[in-house]
Design a protein around this ligand. Structure first.
Ligand SMILES: [Zn+2]
Length: 312
């Protein structure tokens, strides 16, 4: 799931290990700013603005012809989630979007498929192995998605490649244990680290169990999979702009978001809205998390811009 920094390392390691069959999904194109951490791509891919899934598929096939590779250039959404991942033995998280992770969690729990959460930004990382009904799921760990703009993204805070490589290495190790049938060897709990300065934290490692009132793995409600909480990207005809309405509710701290965007482009903020311009696109971000992206009529471009600079 995702072929960015985590997904590149995960996919390469699994394909070289002879995983058998790999399904990869990514909606983005290769950019020059990706190359320091996304080892599947090279400068010519960025120059051609190739979709990551296509560039990755080509490289992965050349690494190990015995592995079946199926790559999808698409936005992973409620209406295609089940079809893409039907029959998978394990899902590895390489996305940078909390909304997508809750969708994966809904899918994984509803189909009893193990999945391995992973996240990284700056010099930090986090991972957890989720076995539905056995270990805490994502909703057990974080009952609600953080509101957009609540944290740093790789575009606002940067990222060093080793942070991603460590998370990906931990995820692949758990995947290999799962696929070889050695569930007893799985690492329990949530692991989080900072590399610079170094600090390692493990939470809930002693007999972790699902939370008794969890909406997902106990009450078996799947709002993300049913599409009830999906981001709406609505094209506003004739105005060259797209509205993004994030699923999470809550008030944004626009000043904090503005502070993170200062080095990324032109930003101004009032009590009600934040205006931000960079790379030929302009965004107006409202206190309730809604955003208007001007300069495009393509929902995928607008969603990508929103994800990079606000987080989703
Ligand atoms: Zn749960």
């Amino acid at each position: 799931m995702g072929l960015g920094a985590l997904g590149s390392t995960i996919a390469e390691t699994l394909v070289r290990a002879g995983i058998g069959s790999l399904i990869a999904v990514d909606r983005d194109i290769v950019e020059f700013s990706n190359l320091h951490r996304q080892g599947l791509y090279q400068e010519s891919d960025a120059a051609q603005r190739l979709p990551k899934a296509l560039a990755a598929e080509r490289r992965l096939r050349a690494m190990n012809a015995s592995v079946t590779i199926e790559a999808h250039v698409t936005d992973f959404r409620a209406d295609n989630a089940e079809e893409i991942f039907s029959g998978c033995d394990c899902i590895l998280d390489g996305t940078d979007s909390f909304e997508t992770r809750y969708l994966v969690n809904d899918l994984a729990v509803s189909t009893s498929t193990p999945w391995i959460y992973g996240a990284c930004v700056a010099a930090t990382g986090m991972t957890a192995t989720i076995i539905p009904q056995v270990t805490p799921c994502l909703t057990c760990l974080f009952p609600d998605p953080p509101p957009p703009g609540a944290g740093e993204t790789c575009d606002t805070a940067g990222i060093i490649a080793p942070a991603a490589q460590i998370v990906a290495a931990l995820q692949v190790t758990e995947c290999l244990k799962l696929l070889s049938g050695d569930q007893n060897a799985l690492r329990p709990g949530l692991l989080s680290f900072e590399l610079w300065p170094f600090r390692l934290i493990e939470i809930g490692t002693k007999d972790p169990k699902p939370r008794h009132d969890c909406q997902t793995c106990v009450r078996l409600e799947f709002p993300f999979l049913e599409g009830d909480r999906e981001t709406e990207g609505i094209v506003l005809c004739g105005r060259d702009s797209v509205q993004i309405r994030p699923p999470a509710q809550g008030e944004l701290d626009l000043k904090a978001v503005a502070a993170r965007l200062e080095t990324q482009g032109k930003v101004s903020v009032t009590k009600i809205v934040l205006n931000f311009e960079t790379e030929g696109l302009a965004m107006t971000l409202f206190k309730d998390g809604r955003a208007l992206i001007r300069g495009t009529t393509d929902p995928a471009v607008a969603r990508q811009f929103f994800g990079r600079f606000v987080g989703s």
